[in-house]
Each structure stands twice: as structure tokens, then as C-alpha cells.
Design a protein around this ligand. Sequence first.
Ligand code: SIN
Length: 506
Amino acid sequence: MKVLVVGAGIAGLTTALRAEALGHDVELIVKGAIGDGCTPLAQGGISGAYGPGDSPALHALDTMHAGSGHGAPPAIGALVDGAESAIADLIAAGVPFDRTHDGDIARGLEAAHRLPRIAHAGGDATGAAISAALIARVRESRIEVREHVFATDLLLDSGRARGIRSLDAGTHAADAVVLATGGAGRLFAHTTNPPEVTGDGIAMALRAGAAVADLEFVQFHPTVLDSADLADADADADAFLISEAVRGAGAVLVDADGHRFMLDEHPDAELAPRDVVARAVARVAAAHGAPVRLDATALGPSALAQRFPTIDAQLRRRGLDWSRHPVPITPAAHYLMGGIATDLDGRTSLPGLWAVGETARTGVHGANRLASNSLLEGAVFGARAAESLSAASWQVSRSHSLPLSGADSGNGCDLNVTTPFTRSELQQLMWEQVGLLRDPDGLSDAVAQLHRWRPPTGSTVAAHEDANLLTLARAVASAALARTESLGSHHLTSTRHPSPALIGAS
Ligand code: SIN
């Protein structure tokens, strides 16, 4: 059958390669150049390299705990049970995972994992190594790669996805469409995600009526370089992540007085779940009026350079010697736990449409993703989706549907009074009112403001991206407003219940 895969991160590449190996005709559509996106930037690694005393069952417990108990046990089971073969497949594809002197995969520790079980390649260049290996396999295959093609909408026929429409190349018909377009970090003013991550696939699925879920759960990474005091050129540069693996190796967080505050916050201190650390960092920075610092000086210059070559080089390029001085850090938007609702094989509620990777809401991450589970999810569920393409059954429950109606039809806003918006206005609004710390009034205001803004109608990539960002911002803000208690990454600083009219109670 003809399979169209949209997106070329680990999930899209895995799906495309497995589908081609199964005999399907695969077309791989990429918005920019193959090799763009989040996967090549992933420093942290891939979880699931189990050592002595460890097991998929323990990994499942850690995944559920980090997700504040909101994860779906069958999806988590599929994730951890698939880890061994996913990592073996990556090795077979040519990924040079780092090894110990004995030849075993070297296992790193990251936050909220009870044991070291993270495989890395090139120290902190795991995503780049995975991306390069999978792209090389795609180049050798029959997969038809089309770069710089912007998918605008799904083609629907009798309630079934039959392909996509694209900006310059017309239509791309297919028997199965797999969306692997990543998350939506560019909803926020500060993010680790590259510029192309504008939620296009999820927005497209929303327009087509596919069910989405858990969009209120946005992960903010706690340790992104705070470049506010750096030279102007660097202050404007994209946020630079300092991997959680650095804290896994022993680095600590200190406030402006040099106090290691995470010891007062959580029994696991710097290795508490990411949402806990991010909130503590934001709170302590606000209380001191000065950034929190990541102190890696105890690790020593040669260990830092060897184990974290990318971070070491990037910090030194910015004039920072982290082997001698703690570096300023701040939280930034990193990962979307929610997405297009799928079953365990990536099937969405729309027949003919699959979703994999960050685009999908498989239920693995719950309310907060466990470190290094995203590359694993892309590899495991990408392969599962490919294996399921030929199967006829289509039974995804619609029960995950987001209550978008309140946002889109009668939430108290006058939909006739709309104004244009700029992307940076939207990103600032989302950062301030739908960010790390939320409250019902701010969320209500954000939903109202987002509905006063008019989607752009131009035919450029930027206009389509802005329209997608607005669609998704409305969905994320509405989902956040509808969840009236704090859970994981969705943290309310006060809990006044909003009026039912604003959350579209049905
Ligand atoms: C990190 O290296 O801290 C990020 C890895 C991840 O997002 O899991």
C-alpha cells in the first residue's frame, strides 16, 4: 500500500523504514531539510538499557511516577517491553552507542530514574547520532524523500484520511497517512525547540476532527542556559539546553547565595521529576531576583569535556567555563505530553490516520514525561505503527476528545471582533499565562485573547504556521482552563473554578 509519512524525526524515520521493509511504498514528506527538527538536538539519550537489578517493570513504575500517575498502563507497558528490541534495531541501523571498557552499553542516570538506564551516543549527541544513522538507511532504501514540502491539510474522503494537501506541490494521495510532525514548542516565547516546531500536524488533525488529549500538559525543561547577561548576539540566540544527564552525573543547582535549594524541595533533590525541578528553579530565581546556577565544577574539566562535548563546546563558545564557575540556567518549554489521541499502534480516531512520536498522545507520558523516554517512544511506537498499517480494524475510542467546543463556539467572546496578531505576541501570551505556573484568571484571559485574534489567511509557510500556532494555542489554553486541579506539569497557583461557560461545559 501507499504510505505517506509526514516528518523525519526518530518516529517518522522509524515508521518509514519499517513500512518500507514490510513492502509498502513509502513517501516521506519533510517540512524543511531531512535532519532538521528536535531529534538531532536530543542530548539526553534513550532510556531502556537495563542493567543488573533493573527491568522493564521498574522502568514502567518510574514512568508512571514521573507522569503523576496519569499515564496509561498499557501504553507504558508497550513502551518498556519494546525498549530492548528498539535499541537493538538502532544498533543494527548503525547507531554507535557509547560503551564501557567491557563492551556493554554505558548506562547514564537522569532525573526520576531509579537506576542508570539511559544509552547515549557521542556523550551528549545521541539524537544527532540516531538521526544520522536512520537518514543513512533511508537514503539506501526505496523511500521517496520530499524535502521542503509544507503539508497544509489532510485530504479526507468519506471520513477517511486519503493523503495530504501541500503548499506548493498540490496533493499527495495515500492509503495511510502517518503524522510524525513533532510537538509545538514554538507556542512559547522561550523554548528548546527549533523554529520549525509549530504544531502543524496536531493543528491539521484538529481541523480534520481527530481526537486529541492531554494538551494541557506541557513540559518545561529546568536547565536551559539563561543568556540574559551574555553578549547581545548570544542573548538573542535560541535557548540552549544543558542536559539533565549533567545533573545525573552529579551537578547541583544553587541559588544566588550558593545554597543548594533542591535538598529542601524533594527527597531526590536535583533528580526529582522535571516539573518539580522546573517550578523550584522559577520560584527561587524570582525570590532572589537572580538566576539559579547549575554547578558542575565538581565533575572536573576533562570529565565535562569527554562526557558532554557538545555542551562543553557551546558554553565555551559563549565565554563560559563551567568547569570553574556555575552557569546561569532558567526553565524553557521543551515537550508536549499531549497530542493526537492514538491506540497502542498509533491509530488515531480518524480512519486512515496514524500519529507517532511527540505528535501523538499514546498515554505513555501522563502529566510529565520521564527523561529520555521520548526517543524511546518514537522508536517503539514508530515500529508498532508501521506493523499495523495493513490491519483493517479501527477502534480508537473517541473518549479522549478535547472539549474544544467552549473555546470555539460561544465562550463569551464576540467572534466578530477579531484582530490580527504577531507570532511573538502569541508566544508571549502563552509563556506568561499558559506557562509553567498558571492560574484560572490568567487562563480565562488567555482563552479570550486567543479568540480575539484572527487566523492569518496568507499562503506563505509563515502564515500557515501562525494559523496552526493559533489553533493549537486555543486548544492548549482551553484544555488547561478545563483542568481545575494541579497535576504534574499543569500547575495552578490558585484554584478558583472558572465559569462553566468559559470551559464549554456540555
Ligand atoms: C535532556 O538531555 O535533559 C533532555 C532529554 C529529554 O528531553 O528527555
